[in-house]
Write a protein that binds this ligand. Structure first.
Ligand code: AMP
Length: 490
């Protein structure tokens, strides 16, 4: 395999020799300068060579393969000319969305195909002349076997997050799919790690690829501020809530080790009136998409997830990552922390470390030479003050917004009510109704989602479910007590 090293040449998108139409699309997306992985890989992909890129989500890798893929499509030919395989439906949707934007100038048709979505709709999309297919291996193979998807005109093949595709057991499907793609195609493989299985794929399916490895895999995680807080297990939910109130993240992800923790933390935060949702592998596709849309729109600010459920979710501009439970594997810490501080932006990672987690936490801190700051547990007063500021701000914004929309039909009623009752009592009642009473309790929609009624479960640390998520073992059907509210908030 030939190899390039990774200096970072100061190139612009113009210097990469792209067509005017693609350049316009890229600029319309707000991309001004190519990221390192784009600078390195776009010229090689455009030259027609096969490519292996070791790069993580968050580095701009989608456009790194998306731009050359788009550039090579003949816009006048209504046949599938490029295919991107990805491990998850979320990633498929995100890649499809990004490729659609990059290909907008050239008027290209990009289609996402994945399980869980009606197959007829996807078949119609193919028949309508899709030129780029982005899909998960299972559904792609299904459509190939039905002869609905024909790949004989494919010139570019991309394997995105190839290591995760292997982890998720797609090796067989990937090999079978390769048999449907012309041999003289150009192939690119993107992977965060290059374990033995990936080396096998490279050997079997790529042709003397150029290998690009970004000089420092963990560089962007080093840009992030890493802090920890010693938190007794029994108080973690309350401390997390106080931290959120204190820091007022513009958006955050909260990582837990188990699904039960996710459910419990999400319900607890939701009860405090925070706009929070959980993402779990139990959610239906529709529900996941709904939650992700709310998160992206800012309606939900905090997303609670396990590593497995968060896999493939592409969220950016997170101001905070909270590590509610220390991961067993140091790599998982890097994956979690890497959700913030992307594209060179600053971010905060705060770990809640219980006494039992200290050894694990020390191990990962040493392994990555993290510069850690210890934070104190926020006081109730600090958190309460911040919370009040947040609620006042929100109620005033909503009230002004309503007034600006001319919603004055209740004005008369307001006058009458205020004649009968003290202004404070009324305002406090309405604010409580509007802001504190579980305004966005998405968790409650889920099976067993209300932790207040959930069964008590005992976590077996080393039990793993089929999809890799740790599972909990039922102990007894006793009812669990409602989580304690912070002092002064009863
Ligand atoms: P990715 O690694 O493809 O998941 O991309 C990470 C994030 O960076 C996404 O939000 C992209 O929209 C964004 N992005 C990709 N390329 C650029 C660029 N050249 N300039 C600014 N943002 C970018």
């Amino acid at each position: 395999m030939s190899t390039t090293t990774t200096t970072t040449p100061a190139k612009t998108f113009q210097e990469l020799g792209l067509s005017e139409l693609t350049l316009q699309s890229i600029l319309a997306m707000g991309y001004e300068t190519p990221t390192a992985v784009q600078q390195e890989s776009i010229p090689i992909a455009l030259s027609g060579k096969d490519l292996v890129v070791q790069s993580r989500t968050g580095t701009g890798k989608t456009a790194a393969f998306g731009i050359p893929v788009v550039e090579k499509i003949d816009a006048d030919v209504p046949k599938v000319q490029a295919m991107v395989l990805t491990p998850t439906r979320e990633l498929t949707s995100q890649v499809c969305e990004e490729l659609t934007k990059i290909g907008a100038g050239r008027g290209l048709r990009v289609l996402a195909i994945y399980g869980g979505d009606p197959i007829d709709k996807q078949i119609n999309g193919i028949r309508d002349g899709a030129q780029i297919i982005v899909g998960t291996p299972g559904r792609v193979l299904d459509l190939l076997k039905r002869r609905e998807l024909v790949l004989s005109s494919v010139q570019s093949l991309v394997l995105d997050e190839a290591d995760k595709m292997l982890d998720m057991g797609f090796a067989q499907e990937m090999s079978e799919i390769m048999a449907f793609v012309p041999k003289d195609r150009q192939s690119s493989l993107f992977s965060a790690t290059v374990p033995l299985g990936i080396k096998g794929i490279i050997h079997n399916f790529l042709n003397d690829p150029v290998s690009i490895s970004l000089s420092d895999d963990f560089a962007y995680v080093r840009e992030v501020r890493h802090a920890y807080i010693i938190a007794p297990t029994a108080q973690k939910e309350r401390i997390l809530y106080q931290l959120i109130e204190l820091d007022q993240p513009s958006s955050s992800m909260i990582f837990c080790n188990t699904k039960n923790e996710v459910r419990s933390v999400s319900t607890f935060l939701s009860r405090q009136g925070l706009p929070v949702a959980m993402i779990s592998s139990d959610l239906t596709q529709k529900k996941r998409e709904q939650v992700m849309a709310q998160f992206r729109s800012g309606e939900i600010l905090h997303l609670v997830a396990t590593d497995v459920a968060a896999r493939g979710i592409d969220v950016f501009d997170l101001s905070h990552v909270f590590i509610y439970s220390t991961p067993d594997s140091p790599e998982d810490y890097i994956h979690r922390a890497g959700r913030t501080g992307r594209s060179g932006r600053a971010g905060d990672v705060v770990s809640l470390v219980a006494a039992t987690d200290l050894m694990n936490f020390n191990r990962l801190a040493n392994r990555y030479e993290l510069e850690l700051t210890e934070r104190n547990v926020p006081t109730e007063e600090e958190a309460l003050q911040k919370r009040n500021e947040r609620l006042i701000d929100r109620v005033l914004t909503e009230a002004r917004d309503s007034a600006s929309k001319g919603r004055t039909e209740m004005d008369g009623l307001a006058t009458v009510i205020l004649e009968h009752e003290d202004r404070n009592t009324i305002v406090s009642y309405l604010a409580h109704q509007r802001l504190v009473q579980r305004p966005k309790d998405v968790a409650a929609d889920e099976p067993g989602g209300d932790a207040g009624d959930a069964e008590v479960v005992e976590i077996k640390a080393d039990k793993t479910s089929d999809n890799g998520e740790r599972i909990a073992e039922k102990k007894s059907p006793r009812r669990r007590r409602r989580p304690r509210r912070p002092e002064g908030r009863r």
